[in-house]
Design a protein around this ligand. Structure first.
Ligand SMILES: Cc1cc2nc3c(=O)[nH]c(=O)nc-3n(C[C@H](O)[C@H](O)[C@H](O)COP(=O)(O)OP(=O)(O)OC[C@H]3O[C@@H](n4cnc5c(N)ncnc54)[C@H](O)[C@@H]3O)c2cc1C
Length: 393
């Protein structure tokens, strides 16, 4: 079978690429259905893009690499596609756009776009062997217990990252990229809960509070959730992408509040009240109990000297914690790092060294913040590669 383009991986990026790659396109995936991560994303409603998408919301060794693809297929282009398919959506918070209904609407939309473009989809198909003669890729595929040989002018690596191995994540794109001489950066789980081996927060499990969490020079103001094993919630998932083992994170438990001023005010008006009672007006009670032991906090507000108030405020506004690890790829939403972008053309996503070899989506060393940014990268890089592959016809 002779193809123009073979796309490895029917996830977000692979399907979007197939919809733009022109005639003679086949997408293969070892899973039984395409877009499984789309289906489970956003709590089943898929946070499919973010209105505030801009290059600063992405991490990667080269902070400029992702600019071209993101500017040529934007969040508004994807929203236009969603609207054309009459999929109802809403903004949840911070520019995050979700389906009103099920995430499978997005999968169906992409399948529809692929069918319209004439792309074929082979599921439960895996790559058994791969060869390249300088002009065409020859691949042996295993499908339905049969071995098929296909040749293609273009090969697109779209098998994603390592997160959630239970869902079929593999490092295939990394292996193939390495084989063709591309470097792969160190990879690590990102957008992932952080853990503490001493389980110090187990008694607080289930408590959530708005915070500003900081690590590695980044700061995110969102909710934090205490879990049995540590810390989670959007603020923590966001900083996990910037955190490294051994480093502390800083949590401002009362962002936007001048706690020193507040406590001085309470000292005047409610001097007989216990400090913990005063704090419980601003923070969840169970958290105040925990802080009362850790700081420690005791006595009446009226007895607090200015120095003590400043010390309490400093601790609560800059609560410094050193996680021992993360929940790892088992629950990480994405993989930080990936195929190095230095030898990839940012406009086309094609290898500078192997004409016809493309890499897209999460497999590449581009990682978005939480909030729809990772899907937008999958759509933008997929379109860039699809259009470039079609242009090589
Ligand atoms: C629980 C969860 C929720 C998420 N929610 C959001 C969200 O709401 N918004 C957002 O922007 N991002 C979200 N993400 C991240 C987002 O899902 C990914 O960034 C995005 O799916 C990456 O797209 P991709 O096409 O590169 O990879 P994937 O979507 O992972 O697709 C890769 C495909 O390749 C296939 N594959 C892998 N290995 C092989 C192999 N060896 N042979 C054949 N096929 C193979 C897989 O089966 C899969 O279909 C979430 C991730 C998780 C895990």
């Amino acid at each position: 079978m002779e193809l123009q383009t073979l796309i490895l991986g029917a996830g977000a990026a692979g399907m979007m690429c197939a919809a733009h790659a022109g005639p003679g396109t086949l997408v293969i995936d070892h899973a039984g259905s395409p877009g499984e991560k789309i289906r489970i994303s956003g709590g089943g409603r898929c946070n499919f893009t973010n209105m505030h998408t801009e290059p600063g919301c992405f991490l990667g060794t080269n902070p400029h690499f992702h600019k071209s693809a993101l500017s040529r297929y934007t969040q508004w282009d994807f929203l236009d596609l969603v609207d054309r398919h009459r999929i109802a959506w809403h903004e949840k918070t911070l520019g995050q756009l979700f389906c009103d209904g099920k995430a499978t609407q997005i999968v169906d939309m992409l399948r529809g776009e692929m069918a319209r473009a004439g792309a074929q989809l082979w599921l439960q198909t895996s790559l058994a062997a791969l060869d390249h003669d300088g002009a065409r890729f020859t691949m042996m595929l295993d499908r339905d217990g049969q071995r098929r040989i296909v040749t293609a002018r273009n090969l697109v690596l779209a098998t994603g990252g390592k997160s959630i191995p239970k869902m079929g994540a593999t490092g295939l794109a990394y292996d193939i990229a390495r084989r063709f001489g591309h470097a792969v950066t160190d990879t690590r789980p990102a957008l992932v809960p952080l853990t503490f081996t001493d389980k110090r927060f187990a008694p607080l499990s289930g408590v959530a509070t708005p915070v500003a969490a900081s690590a590695g020079g980044a700061r995110f103001e969102e909710a934090m959730l205490f879990t049995h094993r540590g810390l989670s919630g959007p603020a923590i998932l966001q900083v996990s992408s910037y955190w490294r083992e051994g480093d502390p994170i800083s949590v401002d438990l009362l962002p936007g509040i001048d706690l020193g001023d507040r406590l001085r005010g309470l000292r005047k008006t409610h001097g007989k009240r216990n400090v913990t009672t005063g704090l419980a007006e601003m923070l969840p009670e169970r958290l105040v109990d925990h802080l009362a032991e850790e700081l420690p906090l005791h006595g009446n507000l009226g007895d607090l000297a200015d120095r003590r108030i400043d010390a309490i405020a400093a601790r609560i506004k800059d609560w410094t914690l050193t996680p021992t690890g993360s929940e790892g790829y088992r629950t990480a939403e994405v993989t930080l790092g990936g195929i190095a972008s230095d030898r990839i053309d940012s406009r086309t996503m094609m290898s500078r060294d192997v004409p016809g070899l493309f890499v897209i989506g999460e497999a590449v060393d581009v990682t978005g913040w939480l909030g729809g940014y990772n899907f937008q990268w999958a759509w933008s890089s997929g379109v860039a590669a699809g259009q470039a592959a079609a242009a090589r016809a």
